[in-house]
Design a protein around this ligand. Sequence first.
Ligand SMILES: C[S@@+](CC[C@H](N)C(=O)[O-])C[C@H]1O[C@@H](n2cnc3c(N)ncnc32)[C@H](O)[C@@H]1O
Length: 452
Amino acid sequence: MPSPRKRRGEPVDVAREVALDVLRAVRERDAYANLVLPKLLRERKISGRDAAFATELTYGACRSQGQLDAVIAACAGRPVGEIDGPILDILRLGVYQLLRTRTSAHAAVDTSVDLARAEFGQGRAGFVNAVLRRAGEKTAEQWVTELAPADPVGKLAFEYAHPTWIAQSFADALGAQAGELSDLLAADDERPVVHLVARPGEITSEELALVTGGEEGRWSPYAVYLDGGDPGQLEPVREGIAAVQDEGSQLVALALSRAPLEGPDQGRWLDLCAGPGGKAALLGALAAIDLFTVDAVEPSEHRAELVRKSTRDLPVTVHVQDGRDTGLEPGYDRILVDAPCTGLGALRRRPESRWRRTPADVPELVTLQRELLTAAWDLLRPGGVVVYSTCSPHLSETLAVVADFVRRTGAEQLDTRELLPGVTDLGEGPSAQLWPHRHGTDAMFLSALRKK
Ligand SMILES: C[S@@+](CC[C@H](N)C(=O)[O-])C[C@H]1O[C@@H](n2cnc3c(N)ncnc32)[C@H](O)[C@@H]1O
């Protein structure tokens, strides 16, 4: 995308301009910031400090949108829905800099006014100037005090720029530990450390850490933490003997492979919701060690292709099917149902997603989750184990799905925490819940169910 705004033949400000273009793409065409930004940085040859600043502005403004909008509405004297989208983007970027970065107020206001003037002329630039000057009259803390709801969860949600319903769902899932909510919300705003998985049988985590300059993971025997850089450029990743994968996801695949079966493992494993294939690849590598096989089901052709790529050279067969009606032969020993979900446990990876999801998304997903779990059960042999997992801690998608399922089928709930030896603070059991602020992973939920 060419840079549209010029002042005296020069771009207004490369970092802010690229951030603004990403905010616009996110607002206008539901784009994903973490896909659009790297592409624009590459196209415009922006690197070093400019790229780092553009990244902070873009992801920060996306994450804090609800809080920024409340301040903008208060300063503009009208709801943000009544402000033209492109001007709102400029205001969000400006208020973000004023309240949540060390940028000087002068620079935050002037560069925003420049952006507005370059594209929309003097009149709109005056509006931007007036709103931002008002926003800059108070600190972030003062705005929180003035605008946050009075109830404790609503206040924390506002302070950490999360929708209240999401903060409430986290508090519900934390249960007796709801006092950890502020730590959790803060962890949700941090840029996650990159986790690599060392493919079993190909390279150890110790070797991978040595080659990449990373650090061996805390919980998964295959995890390596990277400080920064582009993991796609690393030799082991390019060779396919390592991949980017959250450590929590590694633990889910591991838990399935470790679950105690009744009777011997005949080596038929199934991943019922496989795309894009991270867990299928780890399951495939573990299965390969014992000459077992994995079937991987994914209804989207595009995502099935990603599974094929990530499981190349592994004993994994990809089926482009709906998991509720696969046509596969029953009798599997181990089945993973890594169900489609709201993704509320992985918000740190998708800056804008917390403002896109709504409570109305939950019931439809819960229906699908229940149907997929039931389909998996029909494909499981007696004595076999299903692991049900979500990258959401929302109780409707986690404990409620499992409780309803156990009631309907009489499934035996295994103590899932025992399948993750050495991992602490997984909750009261028998299911296990990982948390960003406790484990440094996505908030993955998992529950192991054995068929009698
Ligand atoms: C949470 S993701 C799975 C992530 C994957 N296990 C991994 O580790 O890479 C859920 C997947 O379920 C797929 N899906 C959606 N509807 C499905 C259905 N009816 N049957 C099976 N899979 C479905 C989605 O396309 C998506 O790829």
